[in-house]
Design a protein around this ligand. Structure first.
Ligand code: F6P
Length: 374
């Protein structure tokens, strides 16, 4: 039988996503209602690994007061980072260079010093991989799947995705009238890393005419033909949604850069596509990059609810003696799946899923097939 729990820690890691505070609120209340103490580690694991940066307060007590009225707020009240991986922590050397150091033993020692019996790690593939590593190293860990990208296996949906799609859709809605008024091609670049979930969902909902996603390497000829065909039919404007991870056939990803201890940053493909489309069609093409706007703001009702359900389920999992699992949406319920299975691979858009088929049936071009000439 698993030893009894007296104190748990919550950690939020990687990019923020709408719904994080809902998870923190639900997990804190569900734990406190079981008589457990709850703390939040500041900025991923940095509160444990670099307490001096927080005047010794790298771990904060999450009281009922601390989580009152936060369920509808964007961001995370305990902070997050994508630079604090304890298994590959960036450490500057005396000569100014950086190396990545495995600080797992230290982080486990800090958990013990703080009397923390279990960790609820709320994050995407990076944070959940760290969580799985700490679980294998002996810590009791439950994962909660977060990311606007929706690229995590074993859960039907991550929290944050629905809000990001809703906002992107609203932006595309707004761009239709200005594109039509000027007869322009508007290219909308959205986040999503190596998966096209946001681009596909928002592009379909927002009535895009072409959608370029990482799962379908693109050529611009079919997109140009779609734009021309629309013009012949009297529509002088077109909307092209491009996922930041989209890449041309035989081409490369567009990368902003990579720093030590961080994943590579994608961005800029929208501008490239707009420039090329402008040259190929002779029409004015402009780019709008939605970027971090997709991560900000209040979670919508779906993500608030999903965050609350995930947070409470994480505590039930611990109460049931589970360890090394991730809570997962499996409609109509939330269940538990092995953390290892959740991080084994990325969930990309299946090319035969009904959302893709729907988009193709509507004549949305993915840059891989010429439009039907009917
Ligand atoms: O994973 C979420 C995400 O917003 C991706 O869509 C994007 O590629 C990345 O994070 C951006 O990270 P950063 O905030 O470090 O630029």
């Amino acid at each position: 039988m698993a030893p009894p729990i007296r104190r748990i820690a919550l950690s939020t890691g990687g990019g923020d996503a709408p719904g994080l505070n809902a998870v923190i609120r639900a997990a804190t209340l569900a734990a406190r209602n079981r008589g457990w103490d709850v703390v939040g580690i500041r900025d991923g694991f940095n509160g444990l690994l670099a307490p001096e940066e927080y005047d010794g307060n790298g771990v904060i007590t999450l009281t009922r007061d601390a989580v009152r009225g936060i369920g509808h707020l964007g961001g995370t009240i305990i902070g997050t980072t994508n630079r604090g991986n304890p298994t590959a922590y960036p450490v500057q050397q005396p000569d100014g260079s950086w190396v990545e150091v495995d600080r797992t033993p230290e982080v486990l020692a800090r958990f013990a010093e703080h009397g923390i019996d279990a960790l609820v790690t709320i994050g995407g593939d990076g944070s959940l991989t760290i969580g799985n590593h700490l679980h294998q190293a002996g810590l009791r860990v439950i994962g909660v799947p977060k990311t606007i990208d929706n690229d995590l296996e074993q859960t039907t949906q991550t929290f944050g995705f629905a809000t990001a799609v809703e906002f992107a859709t609203e932006c595309i809605d707004r761009l239709h009238s200005t594109a039509a008024s000027h007869g322009r091609v508007l290219v909308v670049e959205v986040m999503g890393r190596y998966a096209g979930w946001i681009a596909l969902a928002a592009g379909l909902a927002g009535g895009a005419h072409a959608i370029l996603i990482p799962e379908v390497p693109y050529r611009l000829e079919p997109v140009v033909a779609t734009i021309r065909q629309r013009a012949e039919r009297g529509a002088k404007s077109s909307i092209v949604v491009v996922a930041e991870g989209a890449k041309p056939v035989d081409g490369e990803l567009t990368i902003v850069g990579k720093s030590i201890g961080q994943a590579e940053r994608l961005g800029g493909v929208g501008e490239k596509v707009a420039h090329q489309l402008s040259e190929l069609t002779g029409r004015e093409a402009r780019t709008v990059v939605l970027g971090h706007l997709l991560r900000g703001g209040q979670p919508n009702a779906f993500d608030r609810q999903l965050g609350l359900r995930f947070g409470a389920a994480a505590i039930r999992a611990l109460d049931e003696g589970l360890d090394g699992v991730m809570v997962a949406l499996d409609p109509p319920t939330v269940n538990y799946v092995p953390l290892a299975a959740a991080v084994a691979r990325m969930k990309t858009v299946p090319l035969d899923c009904d959302t893709m088929l729907t988009a193709r049936d509507l004549g949305i071009n993915f840059g891989d097939q010429m439009p039907h000439d009917v």
